[in-house]
Design a binder for this molecule. Structure first.
Ligand code: P6P
Length: 357
């Protein structure tokens, strides 16, 4: 029988091997694991407790917030606001940085999270997920400051996600590989089930919303045909799998090999920056992809090297096997210079995307 390894034991074992992983990670990741258990309990019962259906609140993007979004957001905040481990938080569901209440101590880390990504899938019982990222405090201010939050993904101390699917899984990295834990609901513990996940060299799938193909740029359209074995040297076609929930699409590609892309497009004039949020989705996913031997690009370069300029900044996302992502960059370089020129001012902060309050 394989040894039973909990998150705590795994982090402690990593600490022995890597001085970088400190005890605080154990607690921070445990806090996220507790939040995951509480959210998992609600998502698996969503249809039963009348929690389904859209609330009348809207988030900063104007998207109708699902009640579970709000529940997940509040759960993560309440588990982390009093621990003294964080100097600030930021949530996809909140317009501004979330300060630690003044009567609580602050700490040396920042937690950024998308409490329930893919929430539009909740009502149709498709897997959804929580995405989180942990930066180290860099400012000298007593409490959290914008520079503590708006750091490039290259600086991340840790990142991970939870999938509320056929089983509840928590996947994270503290910079020493990617490790997956599966919740055993009978004991309420996450147990190590996927040690040191590496993206297989042979990719099986590509993931994209083909309904947007009409709006894709010429290079991205060619890239899609290349993945299907139609364009270029006639490679073996990849299977097309698209769930519409980033965490689920990414997780499958991480385990089976593949590429997910949500490109910047010309769907509406002046929206070349795509849909994904840099701080709440792309940085964590990019960090994990790189730790698993993959790569994450916005079409121009590594997402982890982008210097954020606003909390809700959006980026195009192409993530998975390094060779597949670099092929996308090559098509964009060759055919999409018009798009590159339109997107670059948003990437570098000279222009703000609409709805990026
Ligand atoms: P579309 C969910 O809203 C999300 O942010 C990701 O989880 C998902 O990959 C994407 O949007 C789906 O977007 O436009 O294909 O429905």
């Amino acid at each position: 029988m394989a040894s039973i390894v909990t998150i705590e034991r795994h982090i402690l074992e990593q600490q022995k091997r890597y001085p970088g992983a400190t005890g605080v990670f154990t607690q921070l990741l445990y806090d996220m694991a507790l939040a995951a258990k509480i959210i998992a309990r609600e998502t698996t019962r969503a249809g039963l407790v009348g929690i389904l259906g859209a609330s009348d609140d809207h988030n900063v993007y104007g998207e109708q917030q699902q009640k579970l979004d709000i529940f997940a957001d509040e759960t993560i905040f309440k588990i982390n606001d009093h621990t003294g481990r964080l100097c600030a938080m930021a949530s996809e569901e909140h317009e501004d940085i979330i300060q630690i209440p003044p009567h609580f101590d602050t700490g040396k880390y920042v937690l950024l999270y998308d409490p329930l990504d893919g929430s539009s899938n909740i009502d149709v019982n498709v897997s959804v997920g929580t995405i989180f990222a942990i930066h180290r405090k860099v400012s000298t201010s007593e409490r959290g400051a914008p520079e503590d939050i708006l750091q490039p993904g290259r600086n991340l101390a840790a990142a991970g996600y939870v999938i509320y699917g056929s089983s509840t899984m928590m996947v994270y990295s503290t910079g020493q590989g990617v490790h997956g834990f599966t919740l055993d609901p009978s004991v309420g513990e996450f147990l190590l089930s996927h040690q040191n996940i590496r993206i297989p060299n042979e990719a099986m799938y590509y993931s994209a919303n083909a309904g947007n193909e009409k709006y894709w740029t010429p290079g991205v359209r060619r890239y899609g045909k290349w993945l299907q074995g139609i364009e270029g040297e006639g490679r073996k076609p990849l299977g097309h799998r698209y769930i519409g929930s980033l965490v689920s699409d990414f997780h499958r590609n991480l385990l089976r090999g593949g590429v997910f892309f949500y490109p910047g497009d010309l769907q509406e004039a002046g929206k070349p920056y795509g849909k994904m949020r840099l701080m709440f989705e792309a940085q964590a996913i990019g960090f994990l992809a790189e730790q698993a031997g993959g790569y994450c690009s916005d079409g121009i370069g590594n997402v982890l090297d982008i210097q954020p300029h606003s909390l809700h900044q959006r980026v195009p996302l192409i993530v998975g096997n390094r060779d597949l992502v670099e092929k996308a960059e090559a098509y964009i370089r060759e055919y999409d210079q018009e798009w590159v020129e339109a997107y670059r001012p948003f990437r570098e902060g000279q222009m703000e995307a609409a709805g990026n309050d």
